[in-house]
Design a protein around this ligand. Sequence first.
Ligand code: NOJ
Length: 536
Amino acid sequence: MSEKKLWWRDGIIYQVYPRSFQDTTGDGIGDLRGIIQHLDYLKDLGIDGIWLSPINPSPDVDFGYDVSDYNAIDPKFGTLSDFYELLEQAHKRDIRIIMDLVLNHTSDQHQWFQESRKSKDNPYHDWYIWRDPAPGGKAPNNWTSMVGGSAWKYDASLGQYYYHMFFEQQPDVNWRNPQVYAAMLDVFRFWLEKGVDGFRLDIFNEYFKDEQFRDNPTRRGLHLRAFDRTSHVYDNSQPEMLSLLNDIRKLMDCYEDRYVVGETFLVNSQKARAYIGKDRLHAGFDYAYANSGFSARAFGKAIQDWDSLHGREAWPNYFLNNHDTSRSSTRYNAGQSDARLKLLATMHLTVRGTPYLYYGEEIGMRDINLTYKEIQDPVGKTFWPLYKGRDGCRSPMQWDAQPNAGFSTGSPWLRVNTDYPIRNVVNQQASSASLLAFYKALIQLRREHPALHKGTLEMHASGSDRLLAYWRAWNNEKLLVVLNFSNLLTTMPLPGDPSQKWTIIFNGNEPITSQVAEGKLHLPGYGLAILRVNTE
Ligand code: NOJ
């Protein structure tokens, strides 16, 4: 492993959902200038890169994940010159910018699709996945859309169906068409030339579908959603993806210090790992960790699996939160206390891998609970009341106790959490016991200790529901991280000779902290400790 600092390996990446971060125009929607305004805050927090959810023009059927022009900035977020300024100001602070590229599908408002649907002999027709009806006028095969029903939409004027994995306003492009392939690589080039440091690829393993359009096999058992009634064998993860990843990586490597991370879709950890490597992506997101229950055993297993799948050849990454998932504070029933969140943060920032944080995670923002009328996310509207969608985790950032939590002087596009007068950045900056103070101290410690940011990982204890303990080592430094997932006082015998002296280098900012006595570590409920053996 190289001694040189690599921002995407040794650093921390922070996801900003631009609509919800900071509005500077009063239209109730966050914007690029709002992000610029808070760069000092992010620097002070200690992050190294920002992943921006999509900022390309979009009719917002799926809030940015339906792009109508890849080479522009959506006016609701600002201008290209605002974006240049964001890049410049971020780089000045040694913060990198990662853009979200949504290249599996476009918006139906994209000019390519507008042309494509005009006629079968339009030069853009084959840029999307059009098929003739099956006998009897039926859909070409049994593929289903993730958001309900068939994935095929009939276009009466053409007498053909087009394919969409998501909403019908998000037609999938035809990556098998060499012109599409080249146009998409140009999108990478366009933003690389502008100085962007990296990309997050939205559901990249969905780009290629089976060339013969074979039916997906039926799954046994009762499944509520049509989507779950078949195994998704033919509508994603086709082998053609690997040579494309190789082309993407070659392109990225023509520029210095760039990074590409992909969102895997419908695959297990083993398959996700196959997309990562020297001639593939730098990293990929996997869901096992974020989907773990609140238990030492479950997290221990997810970490051990993901870590060993990467081995020495690749670098794992971890996320607990993103714009599609209920916030960990809500998911893990943190209640009013932040003790569970401090425990999770310690794990998240000390395992071997790049930690991703999601805006507001550092102050423990909770999901908002919405009425049907308040729902913005089309997925929530579709599946209500079984599933309320993803608005819960997308509420505006809670900066201070001013109206709308200081997010906007207008009317926010999504309601602010009612707890904002208490739970906000300014309040937490003023308290040494806050979650924010905890994050800052831990991030600082992580920076100071190479073992914590680039060391190896070795499990020490992960077999119980209560205790998770692992070693991190780099050169002569060896640190033991111990986490108590229960609310009860728990004792762990320390390894080695009982007369050995240990120093706790971090045990958080809760009033009651962990202690070492007679070769044992005593941890309060949700207690934690990072220790090293005294050598003098
Ligand atoms: C995954 C994105 O994370 C999600 O927000 C979006 O709805 C789908 N891809 C479709 O682009």
